[in-house]
Design a protein around this ligand. Structure first.
Ligand code: UD1
Ligand code: PEP
Length: 421
């Protein structure tokens, strides 16, 4: 398992090109199952989760071809299997996103329940509730969701909570259903808007995406389309936290500042000077950060996927921050690792109280999930001495060439390759 070796203390200066969003690309790859025509994508990030999804689609008979860097064509003209096996699903929650498209186009699907994930229980009951309301017969057997439906029928579905992949799965199912589907209490994340925009290019009739009420008129079939995946707002936010921690002056290119409102507000509160253009963000920091309290909620509020990174910034800030995690019940696993670096953090239920210290000290730490890993990298970049971040396969799931991008802006960071025993 690879490790990252970081020597802290370098200020960050220069430009970073932001990749396409993982959480938009994953549902979009699954949306290729909805048509027999080619779907051409640009700005596809090169990530472990993307290669896992491509393997999953490939074993169903979906062909893919890289046409150039970040350019991918998918063709689901000859689907031969309607099953998503455990081996491919276990590492990646997003694989549940083949359920809606398979059921909508082929009338059946057998999808392994996603494996236990570190940040919470993450059930898929709302996906099942919605598809059942659309007329699917669904049973759970031997760890698989087994679903059948002659043709899905439009329905009004109000999910018990706001769910991102739930909204995506139901939206993808509804585009080929008979009649009108209304998704109430829908998620409003920019990645949902991006998926809806691709589906509309494929011939889907969708309105209200980006709001909490999405209305979909089902059509008989979809056709191929071309689409450029939206920039990764979480990657952008992570780099801004990094410069907040080390000090310096960085400009993010090919970014989407309009998707980052709540994050930019908090970073400004922490003392960063931030300027934005249509597709760039400049972040400058020349002092010790100030502590900023925040609560995670659904978009457009502060995202849970940025909680660990902003906590890392708070560990070295002046003052005390109160951080409430309201989306996942077990998303503080970076805390014990940050403490190993000298951070002062108390946890009470879903609230963390972080009292900033003047400096963290490098240590060997263990990455436990994707964003926890990013928080440890941020802490390591600012800490005194050397930090080793172990188990970085989590980071490779969701950040494209993170250490190379950081090195280009002056970080002292290396990957130590370790072949599995
Ligand atoms: C691939 C992808 O896009 N992942 C993102 C997606 O995950 P994901 O879509 O899995 O997260 P959800 O929005 O579904 O989860 C929100 C909350 O609802 C609960 N829930 C969800 C569905 C369900 O059927 N039953 C249920 O109880 C979850 O356990 C969680 O507590 O949104 C999360 C919240 O912004 C992000 O952290 C993830 O990065
Ligand atoms: C939790 C995340 O991803 P996933 O839903 O794929 O586990 C994330 O991107 O932070």
């Amino acid at each position: 398992m690879d490790k990252l070796l970081i020597t802290g203390g370098n200020r960050l200066h220069g430009e970073v090109v932001i990749s396409g969003a993982k959480n938009a690309a994953l549902p979009i790859l699954c949306a290729s199952l909805l048509t027999a025509d080619p779907v051409q994508l640009r700005n596809v990030p090169s990530l472990k989760d993307i290669s896992t999804t491509l393997r999953l689609l490939q074993q169903m008979g979906v062909q893919h071809h890289w046409d150039g860097p970040a350019q991918l064509t998918l063709n689901a003209g000859n689907v031969t299997s309607l099953e998503a096996p455990y081996e491919l699903v276990k590492t990646m929650r997003a694989s549940i996103l083949v359920l809606g498209p398979l059921l909508a186009r082929f009338g059946e699907a057998k999808v392994s329940l996603p494996g236990g994930c570190a940040i919470g229980q993450r059930p898929v009951d709302q996906h099942i509730k919605g598809l059942t309301a659309m007329g699917a017969e669904i049973r759970i057997e031997h760890g698989f969701v087994i679903a059948k439906a002659k043709r899905l029928k439009g329905a009004t579905i109000r999910t018990d909570m706001v769910t991102v992949t739930g909204t995506e799965n139901l939206m993808m199912a509804a585009v080929l259903a008979e009649g009108r589907t209304i998704l109430e209490n829908a998620a409003r994340e920019p990645e949902i808007t991006d998926l809806a925009e691709l589906l509309i290019k494929m011939g889907a009739r969708i309105q209200g995406h980006g709001t909490d009420r999405i209305v979909i008129e089902g059509v008989e079939r979809l056709h191929g389309a071309e689409h450029t995946i939206v920039a990764d707002r979480i990657e952008a936010g992570t780099f801004l936290c990094a410069v907040g921690a080390t000090g310096g002056d960085i400009t993010l290119r090919q970014a989407a500042p309009d998707t980052l409102g709540a994050v930019l507000d908090k970073l400004r509160e922490a003392g960063l000077s931030i300027e934005c253009g249509p597709d760039w963000i400049r972040g400058q920091m020349n002092k010790r950060p100030k502590a900023v309290s925040f609560r995670t909620y659904e978009y457009p509020a502060f995202p849970t996927d940025m909680q660990a990174q902003l906590m890392a910034l708070n560990t070295m800030a002046e003052g005390t921050a109160v951080i409430a995690e309201n989306i996942f019940e077990n998303r503080f696993m970076h805390v014990q690792e940050l403490r190993r670096m000298g951070a002062q953090i108390d946890i009470d239920g879903h609230t963390a109280v972080v009292t900033g210290v003047p400096e963290l000290s490098g240590a060997t730490v263990m990455a436990t999930d994707l964003r926890a890993s990013a928080s440890l990298v941020i802490a390591g970049l600012a800490a005194s001495g050397q930090t080793t971040v172990e188990r970085i396969y989590h980071l490779d799931r969701g950040y494209e060439h993170m250490e190379e991008k950081l090195r280009l802006i002056g970080a002292d960071i290396q990957r130590l390759k370790q072949e599995p025993a």
